[in-house]
Write a protein that binds this ligand. Structure first.
Ligand SMILES: Nc1nc2c(ncn2[C@@H]2O[C@H](COP(=O)(O)OP(=O)(O)OP(=O)(O)O)[C@@H](O)[C@H]2O)c(=O)[nH]1
Length: 348
């Protein structure tokens, strides 16, 4: 196995190393290793950018689910697990609800459309994340989310009002809760004045409501506790060493894609193709070496993305590396290259 030294040219070490992916650290263990305790599967659904992935990452204390400041960072169903004493919580992170028009506009995979419904079929309970920070959308639940909840009315559901750190006045939260629950929680009317003429804007069958900031962690432990209390006795579906059902390839590619979404404007990052070219775990050194290439639609865009003197690409690379260290809890050596299809190469 070739090692990489700091000054080594990126092209030479890529040529030296075998182009394959080895030693998946997240692969399922044998069934006999699985513990018996309590287990709960939780589908996390909501509008795009409401903070679903950020919330899951905060609860499990690992950046397994890719998150960014742009909509549609999550493009497929991803499982992320955590363990609280004898309980395994399996989160199903879903893409934000997406219309046919958005799918075309952002060049999104068609599989996204069915992911939320698929997650509901695998879940014991559903958590709806709602963004309280945007005044244009905060007063009602997304209509597709309500439709989805109505299709699984027998499944316990809870509401998570997120981004409360962005609210100037917390007084509006009670009105918000009333609107989003149609004035009912766990079958009980919320005390206080009601407006009988008010149009229904939410879902009447939530069993609980949480007000949180997924970003800074406020209120997040209450959700974890609620889920532990709702878990049922059963065999763990994953071993306690597993944090996700994704392969390292998928985790790394999604982390890179999310970072390009964070750093680049408008629709530019949605048109990039991210590919893991090389991955290797060196167990005795607790180290991961990986190389990722990003295909740009044109040379002009490639230079724009790279930034003056490659500065932006360096920033992206360093930020991805920090996220991957958080995911794998190992030293990460990352190479990140931009290229135009069958053409030019820019290395960070
Ligand atoms: N201020 C604040 N920002 C938050 C909070 N939670 C999430 N965010 C930010 O909201 C943005 C979207 O977060 P994501 O976790 O990617 O949202 P998502 O719902 O998974 O997004 P999609 O992939 O589009 O479905 C990111 O920039 C987060 O940092 C919060 O509690 N407070």
């Amino acid at each position: 196995m070739a090692t990489i030294t700091r000054g080594m040219c990126v092209f030479s070490y890529l040529n030296m190393l075998p182009r394959r992916i080895v030693n998946y650290s997240f692969q399922p263990q044998h069934a006999e290793n699985k513990n018996i305790g309590k287990i709960v599967h939780v589908a996390i659904v909501g509008a795009p950018n409401s903070g679903k992935s950020t919330l899951i990452n905060k609860i499990i204390d690992r950046k397994i689910c890719a998150a960014s400041n742009k909509v549609h960072t999550t493009t497929k169903l991803v499982r992320a697990m955590c363990y609280c004493n004898d309980t395994q919580i399996v989160f199903l992170d879903t893409p934000g609800v997406v219309t046919d028009r958005e799918q075309k506009k952002y060049n999104l995979p068609p599989s996204m459309l069915g992911s939320c419904h698929k997650s509901l079929r695998c879940a014991d309970v559903v958590g709806v994340v709602h963004d309280a920070s945007c005044k244009y959308i905060r007063e009602s639940l997304h209509k597709d989310v309500v439709e989805m909840l109505n299709s699984v009315q027998d499944m316990p559901s809870f509401l998570i009002i997120n981004k409360v750190d962005k609210l100037r006045s917390k007084k509006q939260l009670l009105t918000l809760v009333r609107n989003l629950t149609n004035g009912f929680i766990a079958g009980n009317p919320i005390p206080g004045p009601t407006n009988p003429n008010k149009q229904e804007r939410g879902f009447s069958h939530f069993s609980d409501v949480f007000m949180v900031s997924a970003l800074n962690g406020d209120g997040v432990s209450d959700i974890r506790e609620y889920l532990v209390n709702n878990a049922k006795p059963g065999k763990f579906h994953y071993s306690t060493e597993e944090w996700t059902d994704q392969t390292p390839k998928s985790v790394i590619e999604d982390a890179v894609r999310a970072k390009f979404l964070d750093f680049l404007h408008q629709e530019i990052p949605y048109n990039l193709k991210v590919k893991l070219d090389y991955y290797e775990e060196i167990d005795n050194e607790d180290k991961i070496i990986c190389s990722v290439s990003v295909e740009c639609p044109s040379e002009r865009l490639m230079r724009l993305i790279s930034g003056a003197g490659g500065g932006r690409l360096q920033q992206i690379k360093s930020s991805v590396r920090n996220d991957l260290i958080d995911v794998f809890r190992k030293t990460v050596i990352l190479d990140l290259q931009l290229h135009v299809k069958n053409n030019f190469l820019l290395a960070s």
